[in-house]
Ligand binder design. Structure first.
Ligand SMILES: [Zn+2]
Length: 312
């Protein structure tokens, strides 16, 4: 039973077990849902089940040489395509890989065209599939239209609406739900977060374990609140691509407001101190959604958050 390893996604696990049981695996799956809820983990679990020498409908055995190779992330028939993967191909830094390029998709395609050494599936898991640019998406689409037998693309995305519509229409969709607070708390504790802190921030993640983990670590808001200059610097370092900058600022706004709420709940800041900055952050979130400049919004957000700790 390995799909159960992915906490709080019983429905997705059931759909995937059903596919394994029917033995009618589509050539492309689309895992959708917010960030930080286990989509990539589930994609790897599904790949592991397909590659396993002794699988059951519930998933991989976890002990055969294929299972162990997937665990080590060095199975020759599984490609985990993300910023690190592209950085290795292009010999550049992973932090700079904000967009998935056509060359990366073509490289994966060539690799999938080579028969599996063991005569089994060839699988590519594309993380943040919405980060493909138009030419990469077109190249992928051609592959979805003319699939190689026993090859599987698993597209993982929190931005389905940013994909060209033709792509989801060629995929079997598996929706992932936001996590229950209790599940987030358990995941945080598994990751070594102190139980009291895990309890405090679990609900503030709004269903995302990774958001809650960021809040537990308190890194992003702290960086922004190191002074007005820090907010300007963060704004200067935003990606040039508009939609990437917006999603980064959207998470920053979220993190800043949840950090203020947490400080208030813990008694470090009074209601009077957090009320105005929180309202300002809501206003900025609306402004961002109606196309305000991401850089200006982030700068103002940093200043608003900082004003909370200023003496009244
Ligand atoms: Zn196995």
């Amino acid at each position: 039973m390995t799909f159960g390893k992915v906490k709080g996604q019983a429905r997705a696990a059931k759909i995937l077990s059903g596919l394994l049981e029917s033995d009618r695996i589509p050539n492309a799956l689309l895992f959708t849902g917010m960030d930080g809820i286990g989509k990539t983990l589930m994609a790897v679990e599904f790949a592991r089940a397909l590659l396993c020498q002794d699988r059951s409908p519930a998933g991989a055995c976890g002990f055969c040489s294929d299972c162990l190779a997937v665990d080590r992330r060095n199975h020759p028939d599984l490609a985990l395509v993300n910023a690190q993967y592209q950085a290795l191909l292009e010999e550049k830094e992973p932090e700079k890989q904000k967009i998935l390029h056509i060359d990366t998709i073509c490289h994966v395609r060539r690799d999938m065209g080579m028969p599996s050494m063991l005569g089994r599936w060839k699988i590519a898991v594309i993380e943040n599939a919405h980060r493909m640019n138009a030419s990469a998406a077109n190249a992928l689409l051609k592959n979805l239209e003319e699939p190689i037998p026993r090859s599987l693309w698993v597209l993982v995305t929190s931005g389905r609406e940013q994909l060209p519509r033709t792509i989801p229409s060629r995929c079997f969709a598996v929706p992932f739900a936001p996590l229950a607070d209790e599940t987030v708390r358990a995941i945080l504790e598994d990751q070594g977060v102190d139980p009291e802190r895990a309890e405090a921030v679990a609900g503030l993640g709004e269903g995302s374990a990774s958001r809650a983990l960021e809040l537990a670590a308190g890194e992003y808001p702290k960086a922004l609140r190191a002074g007005p200059l820090a907010a300007f610097q963060a704004a200067d370092n935003l990606p040039r691509e508009g939609y990437l900058a917006r999603s980064q600022v959207e998470s920053a706004l979220f993190a800043l407001s949840q950090d203020l709420r947490l400080k208030h709940l813990q008694g470090a800041l009074s209601f009077a101190q957090v009320e105005r900055p929180l309202r300002e952050l809501v206003r900025l979130r609306q402004a961002l959604r109606s196309n305000a400049d991401a850089k200006i919004v982030l700068t103002l957000a940093g200043l608003a958050a900082e004003s909370a700790s200023a003496p009244l």
